[in-house]
Design a protein around this ligand. Structure first.
Ligand SMILES: [Zn+2]
Length: 215
């Protein structure tokens, strides 16, 4: 079983995928996390990606496809995976189709997370991430218990991500919107697309997600 969670940055699909991977016992492949790890580690691919991400632009297809192709070969993906943040473009979707056909792993469902743009900008531009353990906080909606300090590991290194700055956020959302319709149409044409309302409480969204996956 391969599920694709599709939605703009800030739509909450990454957090939903974390719960889903526990329930389904298949790994979440987040291209965003994979890229950030490559950048931290200073790999060649990471350095290439860094320039694009800092400007809010999409990382080129070849880089993303290579990253996913390698990851799908690992043994924890034997029963499938949850793709979070990939594919973002039609050429990526086509490349994925070829990869999955070779591996004999059909896509079960593509779930598209729908959130208002105004809500997305507010969610993203207030986000702070712990540089030590990766936990997420938010200036308005999810403040740490002690100002500037991580609830989980106690680190005082809470940072805004470069690509969460308001001007970069606008650019990220526009970039996403340009590509998004085409990818949705691609999967709608194959009868695989389900759209869910991703506004509201975590549990509400989670049950809509589970419902859409069973369709
Ligand atoms: Zn932390």
């Amino acid at each position: 079983m391969v599920y694709i969670l599709f939605g703009p940055p800030g739509s909450g699909k990454g957090t939903q995928a974390k719960t889903l991977q526990e329930e389904l016992k298949i790994p979440q492949l987040s291209t965003g996390d994979m890229l950030r790890e490559a950048i931290e580690a200073g790999t060649e691919l990471g350095m290439k990606a860094k320039g694009f991400m800092g400007a809010g632009d999409l990382v080129p297809n070849k880089v993303m496809v290579g990253l996913i192709e390698e990851r799908l070969k690992e043994s924890d993906c034997a029963n499938g995976c949850l793709l979070d943040g990939f594919p973002r473009t039609v050429p990526q979707a086509e490349a994925l189709e070829t990869m999955l056909a070779v591996a004999d792993k059909p896509i079960s469902k593509v779930v598209s997370f729908q959130v208002d743009e105004e809500e997305l900008v507010s969610r993203l531009s207030g986000r702070m991430v712990c540089a030590s353990c990766g936990a997420s906080f938010h200036e308005q909606t999810r403040q740490p218990r002690e100002a500037g300090k991580c609830d989980y590991c106690g680190s005082s290194n809470l940072k805004k991500r470069e690509d969460d700055k308001p001007e970069v956020v606008q650019n990220r959302l526009q970039t996403f919107a340009k590509e998004t319709t085409q990818v949705e149409e691609f999967y709608r044409g194959k009868g695989l697309l389900a759209q869910i309302n991703a506004m509201g409480e975590f549990n509400e969204v989670y049950s809509r997600l589970r419902g859409a996956m069973r369709q």
